[in-house]
Design a protein around this ligand. Sequence first.
Ligand code: ADP
Ligand code: MG
Length: 255
Amino acid sequence: MIRIEHISKRFKKLQALDDINAIFNNGQVVSLIGPNGSGKTTLIKSILGMVKADSGKIFVNNTQINGDPSYRSNIGYMPQIGRYPDNMKIGHLFAMMKDIRNAKDMVLDEELLKKYDLEKIFEKPMRTLSGGTRQKVSAALAFLFNPDILILDEPTAGLDPLSSEILKEKIIAEKKKNKLILITSHILSDLEEFTTHVMYMQEGKLIFLKEAETLQEETGEIKISKAIARIMKGEQPGNDWIDKVFHLNSNKKTI
Ligand code: ADP
Ligand code: MG
């Protein structure tokens, strides 16, 4: 469970997050959508404690984030851009992560490691990897420690279609285990199969957070990607659906 209360963050003059309120529960796959620069990554980093909000509170599984990083062991994070020591070999990276996490007695989830055949390239240094392979490494690490919460920032960007499909299947499988998954993607069709809730941000503001079903009803679009695309295009005000969507702003603090 993640609860975000009145989170704001400013980078000099830029209001990156403006009074964000949201609750995400287990079993939900929340697709975080919005134009470039709307604050998605900043919100994710605030949840992870990598960005310190100027005001507001964030709770992860009922514990307020206060600088103690221990809550993060419940979260698997796939960054938008994975940065790793250049000369570290893939195999060493995995060994190091297991070591840091004291994984000896843990049940590890090595499904992606195996499906992406990463063991075959364990000897390759990180600096030699293509963007897509780097993404596979990031994905395999995010799921490795079997966390309750997965936060995936543009996970399919740069993945080839088959690898992307493998990741989507993995997300669906984890959703069935009642995990909470927060995901951003510009490839809206990638979100179709598993999204339960859509959170739409613009210029640091939460425009709405609602169930995918509600969004489908309001826009008259069965495909979530089409429903979201309509909103992103900002189609003519006056349309019934957009009136409803934005009128419901007053409900944005609840799902
Ligand atoms: P998104 O992930 O939705 O594309 P971001 O959260 O990355 O957006 O960025 C939101 C805004 O905050 C952007 O205008 C970005 O340039 C700015 N921003 C993000 N991180 C920093 C930072 N460390 N310093 C200054 N500005 C930042
Ligand atoms: Mg981003």
